[in-house]
Write a protein that binds this ligand. Structure first.
Ligand SMILES: [Zn+2]
Ligand SMILES: [Zn+2]
Length: 109
């Protein structure tokens, strides 16, 4: 236990981000691998105004993210479905709450 308590979560790493952030990323990646077919992750945070799932009325939060085929993760409502990595436009968006796919335009109210 002494060793665990000695970990400084704010200690800078070789990547220039705090150790705690790296551990968080590791935990998120592990969760994603366990939930095959998820395609994204629900996180807490301020919600995106005017955006709701056409199926279950779920309101995404700003820190929620979707993953592109190219491996890039971002909030698809920041770019209207356009991947910032490979610039592919995703015409359908999967709900992270109910799992249904809907045309991206149908999310805007
Ligand atoms: Zn992409
Ligand atoms: Zn939904």
């Amino acid at each position: 236990m002494q060793l665990l308590l000695a970990i400084d979560f704010n200690a800078p790493t070789a990547l220039g981000v705090p150790l705690g952030v790296l551990i968080l990323i590791y935990l998120v990646m592990r969760t994603l691998q366990q939930n095959q077919g998820g395609g994204g992750s629900i996180r807490r945070g301020p919600t995106v105004p005017g955006v709701r799932c056409p199926h279950c009325q779920w309101n995404p939060a700003a820190p929620d993210y979707w993953t592109c085929d190219c491996g890039r993760s971002w909030n698809t409502f920041d770019t209207h479905g356009k991947c910032p990595g490979c610039h592919k436009v995703h015409s359908t968006t999967q709900c992270l709450s109910c799992g249904n796919f809907s045309p991206h335009n149908h999310w805007y109210r």
